[in-house]
Design a protein around this ligand. Structure first.
Ligand SMILES: Nc1nc2c(ncn2[C@@H]2O[C@H](COP(=O)(O)OP(=O)(O)OP(=O)(O)O)[C@@H](O)[C@H]2O)c(=O)[nH]1
Ligand SMILES: [Mg+2]
Length: 189
């Protein structure tokens, strides 16, 4: 282990929080990292197994971004200073982001860009939403993933639709855990 490498694993949005819980509960002992769930939804944050941060309280009153990525990004900027304070003591940040709603789809790019501007190592694990979610919220997924890729050291994507036959989030969460471990073992240990 590179001794001075302080690692943070963040989730952004509600589905990502479930994935972060999964990763946190199932990771092997060798993983040394802090974990924080970020969301606009204060009820969802109560499900977190790890430290939490509510963003966009003034804008959404803690009720989530309701599928609107603009609300996701404005919520991020409402609390950007507090996020900077939290992430500043780390050198490496993993971001778990599940696109498809408002918070993850809106705030992920702003978050990843901020981390890069702070010159941190950034590994982004992202799920691509189901077709119906993409259409419902008119999400420009290719544009979003291009930007995530641009600002990340590594972007790893998992397409929900490909997993559709299995239709179980735990299968997707397990894949996210495997990708997380791959990158961790290759880049950190
Ligand atoms: N990996 C994973 N994805 C999930 C889970 N639950 C929901 N999702 C997916 O996560 C994606 C984003 O949806 P949400 O997390 O509900 O949206 P959000 O980012 O919280 O945005 P708002 O709720 O609008 O604020 C969608 O593609 C969901 O299908 C889960 O347990 N694990
Ligand atoms: Mg949500």
């Amino acid at each position: 282990m590179k001794t001075n490498n302080k690692i943070l694993v963040l989730s952004i949005g509600s589905g990502a929080l479930a994935a972060l819980n999964y990763i946190h509960s199932n990771k092997p002992e060798e993983i040394k990292a802090d974990f924080i769930s970020i969301d606009t939804d204060k009820e969802i944050l109560k499900n977190s197994n790890v430290k939490t941060m509510l963003i966009g309280r003034k804008l959404t009153k803690g009720a989530g971004a309701k599928g609107n990525p603009d609300i996701g990004v404005y919520s991020f900027y409402e609390n950007e200073e507090a996020i900077i304070k939290k992430v500043n003591k780390y050198n490496t940040v993993f971001v778990i982001s599940c696109l498809g709603g408002g918070t993850g789809s809106g705030a992920s790019i702003a978050l990843i860009k901020l981390l890069k501007d702070l010159r941190l190592k950034v590994f982004c694990l992202t799920t691509i939403p189901f077709e119906f979610e993409r259409k419902k919220h008119k999400l420009p997924i290719d544009e979003i993933t291009d930007k995530l890729k641009y600002y990340s050291d590594i972007l790893s994507t998992i397409d929900n639709e490909v997993q559709l036959m299995l239709a179980q989030y735990d299968i997707i969460n397990q894949k996210l855990l495997e990708r997380f471990l791959d990158i961790y073992r290759k880049e950190i240990i």
